[in-house]
Design a protein around this ligand. Structure first.
Ligand SMILES: [Zn+2]
Length: 832
């Protein structure tokens, strides 16, 4: 109270000296005991700023802001001696990794421990623990921590997903009573859609480390890759009935994980266990959380030379207190205590082994550069599509993987598209990546055609090889290749036309879509050609965009096209006449007008938030085109005729009004059904889609006799019917608008074994044939089912409208680059 009344008095006479003597603990600063309530994100950042202003051993960095404008922060904590030398410690660390070769590295450097909290917003105890950990580490009176800091630099990122965390905390606070209700049935333990796990656009940030689709990840990784810590911990929570989980991790391990990385996980795990044993807390290790998919907060650091780990406290949905299955009350305070204990214990272990950890870090990168892992030492990516190649370059840049453009010569290598060895040539436009570089492990993990699997029991997708993700023909060469100076390509002459009659633009990438979207937003009338044609000596494939002066009579048209083209790196070809050399003229009936889409996207309970978020983020952030998001439960109040495109993201959709939707389609609407939303339409009047296996499955069921199953094998048996994110090669009918801009094949990521029967009436655009499997883990029964073949992407004409069925997700986690155009075809090209 005194402070409130006389702040200036205190300030003038004793404020500084009070701070110099004693740093406030989180409890003192916040005015409540940690664990007695959830801390709002702004109070969390207040405490970090307070410590930054008070302690002489910390540096606070704001490395970004979230989509909802909350700050993203990292606090660096070091000894009084090291804190002034942070920049030289960082530079030395990059020299240890061989990323910076300007000077020799010192191995007497401190070990860097990076602690990441609360990547999943509704796993909130870890951010609370981050404050207590910061206090202990930055408080000069804490002798134990001071001793560790002699050879350790600690980085604390208190909250990786502030928007998700606030969504959870605000929800919880809005429904809690005067005392917490411990009954699991209480609404305070059951979040509403979409929940706080994900970020603003419903992306799981713990699946985004390598792809960096989301703002938070992009900003964080820019800082992370400037540091490359030796130890990284990602703090999570799991279901509240589970005991605590910490490293060592579970199988499968990727084979590129080194002995040291495994060994030191165990060393750290044993030290964590020591404190858990002392306190009688339950825990488990080596089960459930594997190390394979490269975009997690444990694997990504591992593939970048760190000992990366996930720690999981039981606690999702637990609120301030909940009764667990064993009848115990789990409180927020308990959860904070456990995460805090492991935070300190990890730093302690790192400090004890600092020298060894730094030496091993150097060894990891020395070996990565001199003797890279993996079958291929060189990758050559053919430039069949400039835009997709540019997108790949961006991803490599974000991950610090080096490459060069262009060379000359003829080589032999593994062709990713045919699965066979073949002779090929390199030209000036192609990309060449040598594995002899510091990031060669990450390079191998991202490029190996088939992910190495030690075990089938995994947590996530098992295939992500980038040539398939980007749809770029790639060759893997077993040796280093001598690069020769490439013949420089002559820049194409820009054609100038006075007062153009029309412009033509290519249609083969998301960049072309951005150009289209920007012009549609300017109310420009856009058309596309259904057939290929040749004009001014240039070939244009089906789908090529046409902007005719006719109908677009505005004085700034040429200027607008020029400006928009420059913005998106497009080179529209100006024409003085609509008379083409080969193919149909610009006024032909095969040149279609693109009716500007008025798009509704369905959201809310019953819709898979992450797939809906991919659609939202794609329109909002990637191509800049307006959509209206309507809750499924509100659809009865909406005039459907105001829209001409409705997108149903993946989801089980309770109480789906198929008849109303069918009538809207018949009146000229276009319905795009993604993933399991298609199941709402099977066997429904008007909709032609049916399951591929409905007849066969019934027969199989009758044939199936009970069999003796081994109880212990039950988890593994379940994998028979499982597709852990596998890549299949799909046949495309690229004369159909749904496949414009593609060759006659596409690599799809299958997340389940759903497959549909060929449409009797309609267009079977993407079909799966026998033996189309490329990579990833598919259970035996699912593999048999998929091998029978069927429909994945198709279009049905219904009345004056159409229905687009997309069984697989072409926008998966925003990183499946080559699927995006397929989705855009469904939105902009089909049914015009
Ligand atoms: Zn989590």
């Amino acid at each position: 109270m005194l402070k409130k009344i006389f702040p200036f008095l205190l300030c003038a006479f004793c404020f500084t000296s009070v701070f110099a003597q004693k740093m406030q603990s989180p409890d003192e600063f916040l005015g409540y005991k940690l664990g007695s309530q959830f801390t709002s994100h702004y109070r969390l950042t207040d405490y970090f700023r307070y410590v930054a202003a008070t302690s002489k051993q910390v540096r606070l960095v704001q490395y970004g802001t979230t989509n909802e404008s909350r700050p993203l922060m990292a606090m660096f904590i070091a000894s009084a001696e090291n804190i002034g030398k942070l920049e030289s410690i960082r530079a030395n660390n990059l020299r240890l990794a061989g990323v910076d070769k300007t000077a020799a590295a010192s191995t007497g450097a401190p070990v860097i421990v990076w602690l990441s909290y609360n990547v999943h917003g509704n796993e909130p105890s870890s951010s609370e623990a981050a404050m207590q950990t910061l206090y202990d580490m930055a408080n000069p009176a804490n002798q134990r921590a001071q001793a560790w800091l002699k050879n350790t630099v600690v980085v604390i990122d208190p909250c990786l997903n502030p928007d998700g965390r606030e969504r959870y905390v605000n929800y919880y606070n809005s429904v809690k009573g005067a005392t917490p209700n411990t009954d699991p049935a209480s609404r305070e333990h059951n979040e509403v859609w979409p929940g706080g796990r994900v970020n603003h656009y419903y992306f799981d940030l713990n699946r985004d480390w390598a792809w960096q689709v989301q703002k938070e990840t992009q900003e964080r990784m820019a800082l992370y890759n400037k540091w490359l810590p030796q130890i990284h911990v990602d703090f999570h929570e799991q279901g509240y009935n589970s005991p605590y989980y910490f490293a060592p991790a579970a199988q499968p391990f990727h084979r590129d994980i080194t002995e040291w990385q495994k060994e030191f996980q165990t060393t750290i795990g044993k030290n964590n266990a020591k404190y858990f044993d002392q306190n009688g807390w339950l825990y488990f290790t080596r089960e459930e959380f594997d190390l394979l998919y490269p975009s997690y907060g444990d694997t990504y650091p591992i593939y970048n030379g760190s000992v990366g780990m996930t720690y999981e406290q039981g606690g999702i949905g637990a609120g301030l207190a909940v009764i667990t299955r064993t009848g115990d009350v789990l409180t927020l305070a308990d959860r904070i205590t456990h995460h805090h204990s492991n935070s300190l214990s990890t730093i302690e272990t790192a400090a004890e082994h600092a020298h060894k950890a730094v030496q091993e870090f150097k060894k990891y990168f020395d070996s990565a550069t001199a003797a890279p892992v993996g079958d291929y030492k060189t990758y050559v990516i053919k430039n069949d599509n400039d835009d997709n190649l540019a997108a790949l370059s961006k991803l490599l840049d974000q991950n610090g993987i080096r490459y060069r453009m262009g060379s000359r010569g003829s080589f032999n290598g593994f062709d990713y598209f045919t699965g066979k060895n073949a002779q090929f040539t390199i030209t000036a436009k192609d990309m060449v990546i040598s594995a002899y570089q510091p990031k060669s492990v990450l390079l191998n993990v991202l490029f190996e055609p088939k992910t190495f699997l030690a075990d089938s029991n995994t947590y996530d997708i098992t295939a992500w090889s980038l040539p398939y993700v980007y749809g770029l023909r790639t060759y893997g060469v077993k040796d280093a290749i001598q690069l020769t100076a490439a013949n420089t390509a002559k820049p194409a002459k820009e054609q100038t036309v006075n007062n153009p009659y029309a412009y033509i633009c290519t249609w083969r990438s998301v960049e072309d879509v951005k150009f289209l979207a920007a012009l549609l937003n300017e109310k420009i009338k856009m058309r596309f050609s259904e057939r290929s044609f040749e004009v001014s000596g240039q070939q244009f494939a089906p789908g090529s965009l046409i902007i005719a002066k006719a109908g677009n009579e505005r004085p700034d048209l040429d200027e607008l096209i020029k400006r928009t083209a420059a913005k998106f790196g497009r080179k529209p070809l100006p024409l003085s006449s609509g008379f083409v050399e080969k193919g149909a003229d610009l006024g032909s009936g095969t040149v279609r007008y693109i009716k500007p889409p008025k798009i509704m996207v369905i959201a809310g309970t019953g819709v898979a938030a992450e797939n809906m978020g991919e659609v939202w983020h794609f329109f909002d952030q990637q191509i800049g085109f307006p959509i209206t998001i309507v809750r499924h439960s509100d659809i009865g109040k909406v005039k459907l005729a105001d829209f001409n495109v409705i997108i149903l993201p993946d989801g089980p959709y309770e109480d789906f009004k198929d008849e109303r939707m069918a009538n809207w389609v018949k009146d000229g609407g276009k319905l795009i059904a993604m993933g399991s939303s298609i199941k709402q339409l099977t066997e429904k009047q008007g909709f032609a889609i049916k399951n591929a296996d409905s007849l066969q499955a019934d027969k199989d069921k009758r044939k199936d006799k009970p069999e003796v199953k081994i109880y212990e094998d039950r988890q593994r048996d379940a994998f028979n019917n499982n597709v852990s994110g596998a890549i299949y090669k799909v046949d495309l009918d690229n004369s159909h608008p749904l496949a414009f801009g593609y060759p006659d094949f596409y690599y799809t990521l299958k997340l389940d074994d759903s497959l549909y029967g060929l449409l009797d009436e309609g267009w079977n655009v993407a079909t799966l044939k026998k033996d189309a499997f490329v990579a990833g883990l598919v259970g035996n029964k699912s593999r048999q089912k998929l091998n029978k073949g069927g429909l994945l992407f198709g279009v049905q004409n219904l009345g004056r409208g159409s229905v687009v069925y997309m069984a697989d997700d072409p926008l998966f986690r925003g990183f499946w680059e080559n699927g995006k155009l397929l989705f855009c075809n469904a939105v902009f090209m089909v049914g015009q």
